[in-house]
Design a protein around this ligand. Structure first.
Ligand code: NAD
Ligand code: DAU
Length: 359
């Protein structure tokens, strides 16, 4: 079996569902269930003995040691993190604790566990660290996409904490020989995405007739990847990735935020027309995010060359599936819109002046 951390979050949840469907191999899922963790995502596994859920903190060394000793996993796939850039600006402390101290704690527990393994079990063990393209900083319009050799230039408390965790993982490989692989992925989207992030926020706000807040001029570029493609990339790297290597994962799908929001509105106009007119009437420019990275783009040639991985979805197919999923799952959305969610939305958007509407 494998141990997954953060498997009740957006990508971790999709990964657990995918992993069990694709491989049938059992998963122990360690997740603290912060505001971003949601067991509803894993409801279809309720009576499936291949999924063992443990609510707990990756910073709890005793708990991690106990889980490793009890379940003897052949790999750890580490997703658990504080993941939202805006939240890291409002309060960076939890990002340092979970992303840096939590990764350190896991690495130490993994080192002790792996050190005591023998023979084939020792040779086969893997620690897969799931990271982000944000560690590389921001690209100008003319610059080449991020390759694995790009300098680390994190600009937000979130990306700095992820960069620190990547460095720890690298050091545990070089110093202790811990068998690690790291993936640095671009922006994911798809089912079960918490509606604080751009795409699900726009879908949920549009359906509620609320403003669609565009930071700055809406021309910041992200490289979007359908979440199931990220899951298949992780499976490929976990299985055949070279030890100590990093692999950049991306969708070859660079798009400015405004284009993304117009695409979402057009799909909603088609699938759930609003008598008041196109959802794009709700587009509202608001004060920019401090330190907002202008452009991310991933050069995903290494993972294709070495492991034969390429995304299966285009943006057009993936975004349609995503909008359809949100329309078909209003109860999942309603369940995550707790009081804490509403408090976050007012904390993040109250201080931003609306600049203009109707883009
Ligand atoms: P998410 O915020 O949706 O989920 C994070 C999960 O981790 C939640 O279930 C949460 O309860 C859990 N968690 C948080 N702190 C914990 C702790 N101390 N102990 C145990 N569990 C804890 O995040 P996501 O978007 O699914 O991202 C998952 C990973 O992928 C993160 O490491 C993130 O940096 C990375 N990543 C995300 C994206 C993206 O576009 N979302 C892209 C590239 C990389
Ligand atoms: O690149 C990978 C990263 O992608 C991951 O490491 C992060 O965990 C993940 O959250 C994501 O970070 P971003 O900051 O790119 O994602 P977010 O959805 O918050 O924002 C996407 C873009 O949309 C960004 O340029 C900011 C903009 N935006 C976002 C929100 C929430 C808006 O214009 N309005 C908004 O209300």
């Amino acid at each position: 079996m494998i141990l997954v951390t953060g498997g009740a979050g957006f990508i971790g949840g999709n990964f657990v569902l995918d992993w069990i469907a694709e491989t049938g191999e059992p998963v122990v899922n360690l997740d603290k269930l912060t505001y971003a963790g949601n067991l509803e995502t894993l409801k279809s596994l309720d009576s499936d003995t291949r999924h063992v859920f443990v609510q707990g903190d990756i910073c709890d060394r005793e708990l991690v040691d106990r889980l490793l000793a009890e379940h003897r996993p052949r790999a750890i796939v580490h997703f658990a993190a504080e993941s939202h850039v805006d939240r890291s600006i409002h309060g960076p402390g939890e990002f340092m604790r979970t992303n840096v101290e939590g990764t350190f704690t896991l690495l130490e527990a993994a080192r002790a566990y792996w050190g005591a393994l023998e023979g084939e079990a020792k040779a086969a063990f893997r620690f897969h660290h799931v990271s982000t393209d944000e560690v590389y900083g921001s690209l100008a319009a003319h610059e080449a996409p991020f390759a694995e050799t790009h300098a680390y230039e994190p600009n937000s408390p979130y990306s700095a904490s992820k960069a620190a965790s990547d460095h720890l993982v690298r050091a545990w490989f070089h110093t202790y020989g811990l068998p690690v692989v790291t993936t640095n992925c671009s922006n994911n989207y798809g089912p079960y995405h918490f509606p604080e992030k751009l795409i699900p926020l726009m879908i949920v706000n549009a359906l509620a007739g609320k403003p669609l807040p565009i930071y700055g001029d809406g021309q910041n570029v992200r490289d979007w990847l359908y979440v199931k493609d990220h899951c298949s990339a992780i499976r490929a790297v976990l299985q055949n990735g070279r030890l100590g290597e990093t692999y950049n994962i991306g969708g070859w799908n660079e798009k400015p935020n405004l284009d993304i929001v117009h695409t979402v509105c057009a799909l909603l106009d088609e699938l759930k027309p609003d008598a008041a007119g196109s959802y794009s009437r709700l587009i509202t420019y608001v004060t920019d995010r401090p330190g907002h990275d202008r452009r991310y783009a991933i050069d995903a040639r290494k993972v294709e060359r070495e492991l034969g991985w390429r995304p299966a979805e285009t943006f057009e197919t993936g975004i349609r599936k995503t909008v359809e999923w949100y329309l078909a799952n209003p109860e999942w959305v309603a369940n995550v819109q707790s009081g804490a969610y509403r408090e976050w939305v007012s904390a993040n958007y109250a201080g931003r002046d609306a600049k203009d509407s109707h883009a």
